[in-house]
Design a protein around this ligand. Sequence first.
Ligand code: PEP
Length: 261
Amino acid sequence: MSEAVRQPVLAANWKMFKGPETTRAFLDRFMRLYPAHSDRSVVFFPAAISLSAFLAARSGRDDLEVGIQDVHTEVEGAYTGAVSAAMAAEAKLGWGLAGHSERRRDFGDEDATVGAKLRRLLEAGLRPILCVGETLEERRAGRLEEVLSRQMESVLDGLASSGCGTWHDKVLAYEPVWAIGTGETATPRDAAEAHGLIREVLSRRATDEPAATATILYGGSVKPDNIEALLAAEGVDGVLVGGASLDPDSFAQICLAGSDR
Ligand code: PEP
């Protein structure tokens, strides 16, 4: 890790996998493989329908933190199927994702929507993870910096104009779209470059906190066999894991990276 000491965050995005029963079975095994470690944060984003099963099954293991995969831009209302940040806070969750590329691609979440969701998470007292990342076409066209800046500036502008307060302890995830669920992983060098660009954008905008204090995760086909190299890359403070987080053995190995067990 670079600059200030930032506690690594190992996060599992379960997407639309695992109902309540499979969630319990996962935890039963994972908790035997992964004992609590005070030098890292482990965060799970189960499907909304499995959140209460997760909270019940982790009993006594509050080190396994929990978040919501997506929230609505409103606090409450007639929005069938949706969940709000306020409801997530009431359910005692600590984290929320905003801007995951699958939400942007499949549900039409544009930058302004992502910003509104992130504001709701902050208002509700949850810790957002802002996901940013470029498509393959954008990367090939040399637009990496432009895309990352646009995705971040839009959210930061929205926060500034809403007067909703400061986003302390920023957590972002660099997730190149071409590496999500594809088996393609950014090299540690690609990740370091993008994380550096993200930190530059934050530095330009830093009115409140130095960019060095932000935690920046890498996401995109992270597995037990590439975790050590990715965590060793400059500026990589942790990972957001999809596919490999669904298996308790492989996610436990990822969470144990760099520890003496
Ligand atoms: C993700 O969905 O955030 C992700 C990184 O998925 P995967 O690890 O499967 O590429």
